[in-house]
Design a protein around this ligand. Sequence first.
Ligand code: ZN
Length: 285
Amino acid sequence: MRLLTFEADGKVRPGALLETNGIFDLSTAGFSSMLDVIEANSGNPQKLQELLTKASADTAYSLGTVKLLAPIPKPRKLICVGLNYRDHATETGSEIPSVPTIFNKFATSVIAPGENIILPKVSKSPDYEAEFAFIIGRGGRHIAAESWKEHVFGYTIVNDVSARDYQRATTQWLMGKTFDTFAPMGPWIVTADSIPDPHNLDIRLEINGETLQDSNTRELIFKIPDLIAFLSSVFTLEPGDIVSTGTPAGVGVARKPPRFLQPGDDVVVKIPAIGELRNPVISET
Ligand code: ZN
């Protein structure tokens, strides 16, 4: 099942995208937002599926005639994992980590599919990072790794856009990671029941048609069970929290010569099991 957030008739609504590309407006079923949908249905996607089966004829909107937003436009937490693919840790000259590197991006950095990535005037090295992200359904603290499936609501795509000069100016990466527009997300959430094995998904990034990253989530060093256990050992995971699992090899800063983002670029992250996240790039004016 594909769930999205869209704007139509002047109102932001959660929806379900059907096979026909029709959208069932979940606000007509009493849900005010995607966070509301996740909270009400965490751990029980069947309930949502039953609702959709009943309502599937009632699709007032279709994809292509509405404005898509990020599936969760204002997440409570957007948690990121650094250096989590073996090939990427190697290309950046880092050792394979024994503890996950965790940072975050603020909700103000989130943008929709198709929305402009704005390159800040102050950075000389804006870069791209294709990432597979999972979304927490049922929250909790001290979650055991083996219980991970009970806590994952679904999956989406994030581009962890990064200003390398700001990222590397200190040991704390946050300032390089959380410029406005630096978290394109979407195009939708695929619910967990639709992806039996999230640790075997192809992931690619293309700019202007050229493939720059090409890997598979089986290369992840810390997988979803480890990440849920580690994160929830420190803080409470809540419904709708997003964990972006890190990027594979091929980032711009590690290429020779480096290949940073430029105005006019068309950046596409593809995870075929989920979809495509496409964003144009412009300069800050
Ligand atoms: Zn990243």
